[in-house]
Ligand binder design. Structure first.
Ligand code: ATP
Length: 289
């Protein structure tokens, strides 16, 4: 993928997004007029369970067959996603906008070798021989820091650990070279070491490849440390939008409450070894080219 470093042109422009789920004959609104742009950056969407975060991610890909999705604007690089036909969406989903979910086991087919699944994800979008797809897959497994790609290629999903499964999922999502990745709680099932590896991979993609990343999480500390910008959601609405480094100046009482509830990572770093480790790894994000 050619690096595109123009941070000023949004990849995605969303205005007034409203999503309602069918509830018998009526519709229940769960996303109530959300607006944001996404550039080649890390955008965090944070909020309590049920606030509508995942619904936004799925609505962008129109993966909500029973929901009503409305918006004043939902543009992806000149394509009106709202007006896009299912055929157009098929060429966007996975190929140009990918979604990484919390639990890879739901996304990997248990009866196929993981390498073949990644190779297939490549061949769906590119005319390529089996050998070329295999070589691309091995390179991609290496890119997501899998040590022995040849061996891992031949494993079945039940034979890989949670952390490796998550990296395999990321490899599968990345092989078509998407422009946007929506990562929905991508690390919450992972232990801290693997979590850092996954975050570093995602970070490199934004920094080196110019991808736009939407990180959906309930973890405000994670999002404010990892992302450039944060949307705070509550009851289907964005109550705060702020540069991550400016989070301490938040004004909405809900955000202030969330911040106050976070473990303090200022002066007491040394007493929190887990956070220390995160902060150490984060300092490697900051020196990325
Ligand atoms: N398919 C569905 N049909 C009906 N209601 C749904 C459906 N999916 C989600 N909801 C409801 O919509 C609301 C928003 O859910 P959503 O999953 O977007 O929230 P969330 O902020 O991502 O929560 P979590 O952090 O728990 O994943 C919730 O009240 C949820 O119960």
């Amino acid at each position: 993928m050619e690096p595109q470093m123009d941070n000023t042109t949004p990849l995605l422009r969303v205005a007034g997004l409203r999503v309602s789920y069918r509830n018998g004959k009526a519709f229940t609104p769960v996303v109530k007029g959300v607006s944001f742009d996404l550039g080649r950056e890390r955008l965090g969407i944070v909020g309590e369970s049920g606030s509508g975060k995942s619904t936004i991610g799925r609505a962008l890909l129109k993966l909500l067959p029973t929901a009503r999705i409305q918006a004043d604007r939902m543009d992806f690089e000149g394509t009106d996603l709202l007006a896009a036909t299912e055929r157009q969406m098929l060429s966007i989903r996975g190929r140009r906008i990918s979604m990484i979910l919390q639990d890879p086991k739901f996304s990997l087919n248990p009866v196929h070798r993981v390498g073949d699944q990644i190779a297939e994800a490549y061949r769906v979008h590119n005319k390529a021989s089996a050998q070329v797809a295999r070589d691309k897959t091995l390179a991609m497994l290496e890119a997501v820091k899998i040590r022995d790609p040849e061996r891992v290629y031949g494993l079945y999903p039940h034979e890989v650990s949670g952390g490796m499964g998550q990296r395999i999922m990321i490899a599968m999502m990345l092989i078509p070279e998407p422009q946007i990745i929506i990562a929905d709680e991508p690390t919450s099932a992972l232990d801290v070491t693997v979590r850092m590896q996954v975050l570093n991979i995602l970070n490199e993609l934004v920094t080196n490849k110019g991808i736009g990343l939407i990180m959906i999480s309930h973890d405000l500390n994670l999002v404010r440390n990892f992302c450039d910008r944060v949307l705070v959601m509550r009851h289907g609405e964005v109550v705060e939008e702020r540069a991550a480094r400016d989070m301490q100046n938040c004004v909405h009482p809900y955000t202030r409450g969330l911040l106050a509830a976070q473990p303090h990572i200022g002066g007491s770093r040394r007493s929190l070894p887990v956070l220390n480790r995160e902060l150490m790894v984060r300092s490697t994000w900051e020196v990325q080219p």
